[in-house]
Design a protein around this ligand. Structure first.
Ligand SMILES: Cc1ncc(C[n+]2csc(CCOP(=O)(O)OP(=O)(O)O)c2C)c(N)n1
Length: 565
């Protein structure tokens, strides 16, 4: 039987076991939406803005590990989706984004709502397709899902002209896919693994440096086992928070610009850094010339182009982290004596005792760090936490007691304000009954606030804790520290909406919170309410995120707490 292109899109999504599509219709994609109307196999969630839809698909993917699917129309639909696609790309999130396009005959004529979609998304996707012939569509759909989730994951974009959605062809969905030029290496080279284990055995000051790849490859149990077994001090990137439980004695905390003193000194003083799915981002390395001067590098990554990209690597291992660790574990059990690193652990523990993460708590004004810790006490252990971008994001990464990978959803690579709330809605759709909380700022929440309506319509009760300092806080902090306190365009005190009324006007529930008691009460009520909630928490306006490695400084020059100087 022959199907139209629009029907093929739907049938392919069903074949891929897609549960939910997040999207927004328009002219060029209408035929596909007409088929969505006729089916009952998957759900469609209508966002209020394409950026929201793509972040929802992204949050769903991050929380569940499934491929997130978003659908938009041509032109402005696609350009509105760009920030969401780029956000997913920099954090290697598996997604398929389908856009409508003007008919093939009109492409290149500046037709109504035409934009060169594949041109726009080329640098921000793992791969993209313009479907010129309906006959190619089944294979392209299959290939898109395969590319999105295999190897190093990432977003894949399919642009479908309107006439292709009308044209018919025989529908045969490929069972398997063979791509000659794309064959990710899943198994690490045995000899390279042996050499790395030997290097670990010889090292006096090794550090495990755990990144987002440990989450994406599903390797977390093995990472935990390897750390427990070797007792090697371990640091996590922002994207890896939760891979190691927060209370593990070998975890030194987050590394990098707002990492702990102990984690950064571990990297600075190490003689061997073993990168487990991390990519040496500049927010981690600080000034590159000064980074890890005494260390050899073991770099395990599924993407060969990552290895040696930023730092010279003595022990490269290309492979899926899970497979590599499976091969490594028996060798480590045989060869490694954890007592060997005792002295090293003691030095780092001393750093931890001397310079722990801390803040000066106060009973007259809520400190953001207190609110985050309190949330960790009140929320169930399996709550999903998303963030926006700014100070609140860093405080969350520092102070929330993360217990599981995929528990923290945050825009790490691109740093996208406006990500947190829609991502939380998408996650809620995926994790169902688990509590989902978004820590946000008074700047960030405004960027996709319209999605309260989506939460209301689809019964996705996400709790937004607005850590409200009446500033674009992180920019204000940099202005204070590096621009002589010239607060250029960062004071939001005269441009605040009434967040309580705003939530209420869109079917949500709002709380104004000024005291610790009010905070606890409001959070408990919000969890009970099963509505999209805003807690407008008035926090200390001039609190800074510390410690901090100033931009382009060596890790060892980090600014610590004033009283510790
Ligand atoms: C889309 C976007 N625009 C601008 C920025 C630059 N930026 C980074 S942090 C920040 C301030 C965020 O303020 P807020 O959301 O209130 O959070 P706070 O830092 O106060 O916790 C800005 C403007 C960004 N990351 N993303």
């Amino acid at each position: 039987m022959k199907l139209t292109g629009a029907q093929i899109v739907i049938e392919s999504l069903i074949k891929e076991n897609v549960e939910v599509v997040f999207g927004y219709p328009g002219g060029a994609i209408m035929n596909v939406y007409d088929e969505i109307y006729k089916q009952n196999s998957f759900k469609h969630i209508l966002a209020k803005h394409e950026q929201g839809a793509v972040h929802m698909a992204d949050g769903y993917a991050r929380a569940t590990g499934n491929v997130g699917v978003a659908m938009v129309t041509s032109g402005p639909g696609l350009t509105n989706a760009v920030t969401g696609i780029a956000t997913a790309y920099t954090d290697s999130i598996p997604m398929v984004i389908i856009s409508g396009q003007v008919p093939t005959t009109a492409i290149g004529t500046d037709a109504f709502q035409e934009v060169d979609a594949v041109g726009v998304t080329r640098p921000i996707t793992k791969h993209n397709f313009l479907v010129k012939d309906v006959k190619d569509l089944p294979f392209i759909m299959k290939e898109a899902f395969y590319l999105a989730k295999s190897g190093r994951p990432g977003p894949v974009h399919i642009d479908i002209p309107k006439d292709v959605t009308v044209a018919k062809t025989k529908f045969e969905y490929p069972e398997k896919i063979e791509l000659i030029t794309y064959k990710p290496t899943y198994k690490g080279n045995k000899r390279a693994i042996k050499r790395a284990v030997d290097a670990i055995k010889r090292a006096k000051k090794p550090v495990f440096y755990v990144g987002g790849g440990a989450v994406l490859s599903g390797a977390y149990e093995l990472v935990r086992e390897v750390v427990k077994l070797t007792k090697i001090p371990t640091v996590e990137t922002l994207m890896a928070r939760g891979v190691i439980r927060y209370d593990c004695p070998y975890l030194l905390g987050m590394v990098g610009m707002h990492g702990t003193y102990a984690a950064n000194m571990a990297m600075n003083d190490a003689d061997l850094i073993i990168s487990l799915g991390a990519r040496f981002d500049d927010r981690v390395t600080g000034k590159l010339d000064e980074f890890a001067k005494h260390a050899d590098i073991v770099h395990i990554d599924i993407d060969p182009s990552q290895i040696g990209k930023v730092v010279p690597t003595k022990y490269p291992i290309v492979g899926d982290l899970k497979n590599v660790l499976e091969d490594m574990l028996p060798l480590l059990i045989e060869e490694i004596e954890p007592e060997r690193y005792e002295e090293w652990r003691e030095i780092l523990n001393r750093y931890q005792e001397l310079y722990p993460l801390k803040y000066n708590d106060d009973d007259t004004v809520i400190k953001p760090q207190w609110a985050i810790q309190k949330t960790g006490e009140i929320a169930p252990e399996d709550a999903v936490i998303s963030t926006d971008v700014g100070q609140h994001q860093m405080w969350t990464a520092q102070f929330y007691p993360f217990t599981y990978p995929r528990q923290l959803l945050t825009s790490g690579g691109l740093g996208t304000m406006g990500f947190g709330f829609p991502a939380a809605l998408g996650a809620k759709e995926g994790v169902k009954d688990r509590v989902v909380i978004n820590f946000t700022g008074d700047g960030s929440i405004m960027m996709n606030i319209q999605e309260v309506l989506t939460g209301y319509k689809y019964k996705l009760p996400v709790i937004n804790i607005i850590l409200n300092n009446n500033y674009l806080g992180m920019v204000r902090q940099w202005q204070t520290m590096f621009y002589d306190d010239r607060l250029s365009e960062t004071d939001l005190s005269d441009v605040q909406p009434d967040f309580v009324k705003l939530a209420e006007s869109m079917g949500g529930i709002g709380f104004r919170v000024k005291t610790k008691d009010e905070f606890e009460k409001a959070l408990k009520e919000a969890i009970e309410s099963k509505k999209v909630a805003f807690l407008d928490v008035q926090i200390d306006r001039r609190e800074d995120v510390l410690p901090m490695v100033p931009p382009n400084s060596p890790l060892k020059n980090m600014l610590i707490f004033k009283e510790d100087k």
